[in-house]
Write a protein that binds this ligand. Sequence first.
Ligand code: C2E
Ligand code: CA
Ligand code: CA
Ligand code: CA
Length: 279
Amino acid sequence: AKTQQRAGHFYFSRSMGVEIRERVRMMHALRTGFSQNQLFVVYQPQVDLSTRKPMGAEALLRWQTPDGKFVSPDRFIPIAEYSGLIIDLGEWVMRTSMQELVALRAAGHTGFTMSINVSQVQFRHPHFMETLRNALHDTGAPPEYVELEITESMAMEEPDMLIKMLAQIKQTGVTIAIDDFGTGFSSLSYLQRLQIDRLKIDRAFVTEITNSARGSSIAEMVVQLGRNLGLAVIAEGVEDERQAQILQNLGCPLGQGFLFARPMTGEALLGWLSDDALA
Ligand code: C2E
Ligand code: CA
Ligand code: CA
Ligand code: CA
């Protein structure tokens, strides 16, 4: 038994070693990749569910390594957070997508909003507000058309700090969405204390809508919650017409997902928007 234990332990630490080495390797590759412009931002449109009119877009990071392969943000964002690179990377995403918003406005799309994901590491950084204000100032992006997405899990930690931060963000005119909503356990009374503007129904609950008889109950609950709190609601991950129909019937005003458009480069977005105007 002793030998087996030791063997088990050896195996465990070796696989840990591989994992850590892989993480360190990716950390270096990401740092190099960022400085060599391997990262770029794509934009996924958000539409009015009843008219299908584009209302805004979410900025999403992409990393294409020199061998042509894409690394998923679900893999490299945690590494960027762990290494601290997310501070520079997040600021760059903020500035890039604000510049894109300004370019869209110059092309006549003045009602369009830009949603930017913010990591909890960025959010907790002492210079976050300064970074946000400088980005708004330098790019000339109108704050009321900029939205920051923070996840529901982030919203659950350190309520007092969060409430203070949200009040400061609110002062700039920038709006706030709670992303992946429905996956945490925020209570109504807690949500009421937060200065937020929008709830974003997590994709998992949108997928569920067409999966079972009671599949739409969580989506329905979030729409109701939004109505009671006077918040806008958007559904993410809308992939088919039936989901869009059911969401619309539930009273969800906005949607985002492959059914409407995939994330695309800024240039492609401009084209997509002008096609729409002609239609
Ligand atoms: P998220 O914020 O929940 O973003 C939505 C994800 O769903 C995106 O994945 C998007 O491409 C994908 N998606 C959109 N519509 C559909 C659909 O109809 N079906 C399916 N199956 N998927 C859909 P992506 O781009 O791979 O990003 C994954 C996650 O990485 C994001 O989840 C977000 O948490 C994080 N992320 C991406 N960009 C950034 C960033 O700039 N900063 C930070 N902090 N996190 C980011
Ligand atoms: Ca998001
Ligand atoms: Ca989300
Ligand atoms: Ca998600």
